[in-house]
Design a protein around this ligand. Sequence first.
Ligand code: PMP
Length: 298
Amino acid sequence: MDDRDGFIWLDGKVVPWRDSRMHVLTHALHYGSAVFEGERIYDGRVFRLAAHSQRLINSARLLDYEIPWTRQQIEEATRAVVKANGLQSGYVRPIAWRGSEVMGVSAIGTTVHLAIAPWAQEGRLSVQARDAGINVTMAKYRRPSADFAPGHAKVAGLYLICGIEKDKALKAGFDDALMLDWKGDLAESTGANIFLVIDGTLVTPTPENFLDGITRRAVMSLARKRGWSVEERTVKPQELSRASEVFLCGTAAEIVPVGSVDGHNYQAGPVARTLMADFHKLVRSPDCEGFGESTHLA
Ligand code: PMP
């Protein structure tokens, strides 16, 4: 990813892609203290830009540091760098991190940096994969309890177990892995939230100790607008076998049906398909940059 044309917004300036570098003694590299976002550009605009920018600031605060730019400045910077790259669609990765002035567990005395990197990236899955659904397996590692880690922060360090499980799943021929929480209840996948359709109701785990996704909130709102019943509750992994449909959702994944969990098959059914079509319209609506239904982040 480092040797390519393009521009990245780095600490207040739009710089050539290849020149956006940091020192090897950066605190975040050693101790996982970076916070980041994943955003998606549709028709030249970033879906829920305000919500993502605020979540970035909130994530840093959960780690007890302040990003030295306001939400409005982060939004302006994002728009500017998306424009500089001439992107109408793609992905954006904002990341804030503790710098290299001091080396040690404590980050006190380090500068807080911010970079915003957008690039062209269509949906990661082919149309066929979306139609058939992805194949997932159950992960070994569990999401830690809220007493063990700030699970609502999108923090680099917390992605360690996600990365291990995702690699393991890919090497075993799956597309992703489903993670349980510390109690053994269903949590999410390695980079997206999960929904099940059980007896006609859309069911999703309560995000007590994992990321309450911006896409997840949008999906619940779209379903309720259709008059469908939506339940946020504890979901036991055994309930997967009772579900008529299972799907994942997140910024990168958008809405993607699950075709199988460890060999138990599902159809990419009508609920997921309808929501995919509704989501496609929502992300292209004129007010898509705001908080939408994610006002809890403000
Ligand atoms: N859970 C995890 C672990 C994620 O990485 C993501 C992607 N950011 C999500 C859930 C979904 O969040 P969002 O819809 O805000 O992208």
